[in-house]
Design a protein. Structure first.
Length: 292
């Protein structure tokens, strides 16, 4: 599972963030047909020597994991099957003497946010709060006494939100009468190694049994096993058909469907190549019956 803490970290203070990078994405960087010797489009060259942040899969050329000085950031929209196009990869080098730990399916999971107070009075930051602490932790440090502060935000690697994009925030507590609480928004994007389609089960209200199909696959072709599919309302059974080592088709039989199931989730338990069991929430949507 890849958890990316994107640069949609806006800090609304008396001043502004320091050296905040620009967020770009592979849709912009790879939106052209690459030809050797042909000039790159301005939509790409305008970012030359600029400070940016990009989300994607981290990998090495030889497939090794652990602490590395060099890695490749791959467009996560390519499906990670076969060889990505040249403009769907970014070759990255860490600063001299620094390394980064490559874990299966893991990309950026932490981000530093800098707070600068332009108030003439001295500011004491008295604490920091994470809303619902299930997604992240935050550590505060003082860069310049009573003026500049750094908040290091780290997303928990076992965090499993119900949706692909999840919003959260942290609260920075100060002794300023006008700004006792400063809210820092966070947007988290999750791209799991194990995915399924369709992204939700669409049902019509019915007292009759129906069968829904769900394709489950590992994005990079690594083997998986279906362990279980659990329901909060006990109205289902399923048959898992192995299509390849990395792909299954689930034939899910629901005895009935009613509006009380709308917005609920099935829990899909899948064992990945490392032997770890991932629990994926499968949303259920029951359409309303329009009469007349």
């Amino acid at each position: 599972m890849k958890i990316a803490l994107h640069s949609l970290l806006a800090v609304f203070l008396l001043g502004s963030p320091v050296d905040d990078p620009e967020e770009i994405n592979f849709a912009e960087l790879s939106n052209f047909d690459y030809e050797e010797g042909k000039n790159l489009p301005k939509s790409v060259t305008k970012h030359h020597e600029k400070l940016v942040t990009v989300g994607g899969f981290m990998a090495t050329e030889d497939g090794t994991e652990g602490d590395v000085e060099y890695f490749i950031l791959v467009n996560d929209a390519c499906g990670c099957e076969g060889t990505p196009k040249l403009n769907e990869m970014i070759f990255c080098a860490m600063p001299e003497g620094k390394t980064v730990n490559i874990k299966p399916g893991t990309a950026t999971s932490s981000r530093d946010v800098y707070l600068r107070f332009d108030s003439p009075q001295l500011v004491n930051v008295t604490g920091i709060e994470t809303n619902g602490a299930a997604c992240c932790s935050a550590v505060l440090s003082e860069e310049t006494p009573s003026k500049n502060f750094k908040v290091a935000i780290t997303i928990r690697q076992d965090f499993m939100p119900m949706s692909a994009r999840t919003s959260a925030h942290i609260n920075v507590l100060t002794d300023l009468p006008t700004h006792p609480v400063i809210r820092v928004p966070i947007q988290i994007r999750v791209q799991r190694d194990i995915v399924f389609a369709p992204p939700q089960l669409n049902l019509m209200p019915s007292t009759a049994a129906s069968t829904q199909k769900l394709i489950v696959r590992e994005r990079r072709g690594r083997p998986i096993d279906i362990i279980d599919l659990k329901s909060p309302f006990g109205k289902i059974s399923y048959n898992a058909v192995k299509m390849s080592a990395s792909m299954y088709r689930l034939d899910i039989r629901l005895e009935s469907a009613d509006p009380s199931m709308n917005g609920k989730f099935l829990s899909l338990h899948v064992k990945d190549a490392s032997g770890k069991v991932q629990v994926l929430p499968v949303p259920i949507r029951v359409s309303a019956v329009i009469s007349g």
